[in-house]
Design a protein around this ligand. Sequence first.
Ligand code: PMP
Length: 326
Amino acid sequence: MKTGKYAYHCGEIVPIEQAQVPITNHALNYGTGCFEGIRAYWSEDERQLFVFRLPEHYERLAASAHILMMQLPFPLAEMCELTTELLRRNEHSTDTYLRPLMYKSARIIGVRLHDLEEQFSLFTAPFGQYIETEGAARLRTSSWRRVEDTSIPARAKITGSYVNAAFSKSEAMLDGYDEALVLTEDGHVAEGSAENLFAVIGGKLVTPPVSDNILAGITRSTLIQLASEVLGVPTVERSLDRTELYVAQEVFLCGTGAEVVPVGEIDRRRVGTGQEGELTRELRETYSRVVRGRDPRYSDWLTPVYSSEHPAPEAEESLALSATPA
Ligand code: PMP
């Protein structure tokens, strides 16, 4: 994976080769960390890099950290400043992925959450397309269930819980599908392995509630708002049965990495026309305009990285990450 030259690690911006953790690291041994996936979009017209909903991502990281008995090192505004500073140091002038990590850095044997040193790190990487499908994605229901709030809370983006996502994703991919459909322990639809899910039923959007073991996605809440305000389409948050998806008019996945991905097939049943549905297309295009700064109504969601004081560098080669980020 090609990354930016610098990372934030142990309290300072350092060359990325120096941003290492020892094999005794608690989070490496026990999965006791949490993270975010954030996107920044390059606008060639404005020669500007816009970070999408940066404070919201740090708010969610703070919540995940709180659940794991940790605290972000700085107040929200400073976390955001540190992030834009690193993007400038890395001179990104292409679409970029940001990965903040908050984790137990203690070097001890012994599994627990309390009384352990903690650390914050951040790296950035040029980032192109994500779920690699041509046309609509093909899903299979995972034989694995989504972790319950009573085992590992899905609302926290906990590094260790991504083993659960990895089981589902690999099963789906090795069986020739693009993505997994993951159910809750009681058999309701939760989400994809690293994306939230929406269905179009009776002309409305339907999506599982945050109490059905989903990550409360920032793209999910963005789309609920855009569907209502721009397209006049309401969203119902309710539990969904798997077979409701088989007969839905449209289904799509969404996430920071995935953006909006139409689903054309689930468990070998065609969904809708098997191609991207009309509402999915309208939402995908609306979302794309908003994140790239082409809709002034939502410019508050964008944090610009460059300024006249710190102008953008010359163009950078665009590269995709080698694997699908969560
Ligand atoms: N669910 C899971 C399990 C995820 O990992 C992600 C990606 N962060 C999402 C949903 C989508 O969340 P967001 O829109 O905030 O990226």
